[in-house]
Design a protein around this ligand. Structure first.
Ligand code: FAD
Length: 292
């Protein structure tokens, strides 16, 4: 039985999500659909609702740990050209949620627009970056968002202006929406200055982060007044492994997949780290990554 009859987009079944996460971990999704446009997206939501199927929105999968058993759900990825549009209007740019942040930065550089260079090296889509309010100590994407076009899970499209948006540390108030596009307000700059900043941020990442193994970046949020990586390092956990999941030698808040780590390995390692940090510092580490 084809539940999703009539869609132009191919409806894939039993798709291993390990192919779509930067951790290279994750079991199968029951359904995996890349809608061609918003009308199809709405149709998918309607069919899923009618059939009591859960929906997950996947960006670049760079902040996700997907269970080895996968998800009994419809995974939607906004990867068609429709969701990757980019349009510059003076210092403003409308960006589709499916566009990779690296692509956005390249286009901004070509247009002499800066401000968001600190996002260099974050392997996200624009949708995932806004949902998570991605950033570094240099800034967060939320500071540049003027408006977000979203669809709610009933298929209704809304435009949320800056005054109704709330961004915090790895937080946005967009949990109940699918992000379709966003309007960013950038800063006119000299192209050379932008390029230099981007190079600087990329080099800093290469120096400080473990980029040669699959991971999903920082596992834990920094507790108020502390760095999670420092707390983990001070528990002598750099290099600690469970199966093929290992605390990075370079950045203790990264867990790397050395080859064939399972989600179970990563979860056990997370529990182990939390236990050690709690015991030594009486601090409860909170996850930054999302678990599916
Ligand atoms: P995903 O991981 O696919 O999804 C994350 C969440 O966003 C999920 O809840 C998903 O449902 C939701 N989502 C995605 N797209 C949409 C949409 N269109 N509408 C609604 N919800 C959506 N993060 C930082 O903040 N700073 C860093 O410096 C940083 N460095 C990293 C370095 C590495 C090497 C890696 C692997 C990750 C790093 N991250 C960093 C983490 C990650 O890149 C960010 O959290 C990013 O914002 C996730 O975007 P994504 O597109 O991959 O989203």
């Amino acid at each position: 039985m084809n539940l999703f009859q009539g869609l132009k987009a191919k409806v894939k079944t039993k798709i291993p999500l390990s192919h779509y996460t930067t951790f290279k971990i994750g079991g199968e999704a029951d359904f995996f659909i890349e809608p061609t446009d918003v009308r199809e997206l709405r149709k998918i939501l309607k069919i899923a609702k009618r059939n009591n199927l859960r929906i997950y929105i996947l960006g670049a999968g760079s902040n996700l740990l997907v269970s080895d058993e996968g998800v009994r759900a419809v995974v939607i990825r906004l990867s068609s050209d429709y969701f990757k549009k980019i349009k510059f209007l003076g210092n403003y740019v409308w960006v589709g949620a499916g566009l990779k942040v690296s692509r956005l930065l390249k286009s901004c550089l070509e247009n002499g627009l800066g401000g968001i260079e600190f996002l260099t090296g974050i392997p996200a889509t624009l949708g995932g970056a806004i949902f998570m309010n991605a950033g570094t100590k240099e800034g967060c994407i939320g500071d540049f968002v003027e408006e977000v076009k979203v669809m709610d899970y009933n298929g209704k499209i809304k435009k949320l202006k800056r005054n109704s948006l709330d961004f915090g540390y790895r937080y946005s108030n967009l949990k109940n929406f699918i992000i379709l596009e966003a309007l960013l307000r950038l800063i006119k700059k000299d192209k050379k200055e932008i390029r230099n900043k981007m190079d600087y941020f990329m080099n800093y990442r290469r120096l400080t982060q473990e980029l040669s193994y699959p991971s999903c970046g920082c596992i834990f949020k920094n507790p108020n007044g502390f760095f999670a990586g420092k707390l983990i390092e001070d528990c002598n956990l750099k290099g600690k492994s469970i199966g093929d999941a290992q605390v990075s030698q370079k950045h203790a808040n990264f867990i790397i997949n050395r080859n064939s780590a399972s989600a179970k390995d990563v979860l056990k390692l997370i529990d182990y780290i939390k236990g050690k940090v709690k015991k030594k510092f009486n601090i409860d580490l909170e996850l930054e990554i999302e678990i599916w």
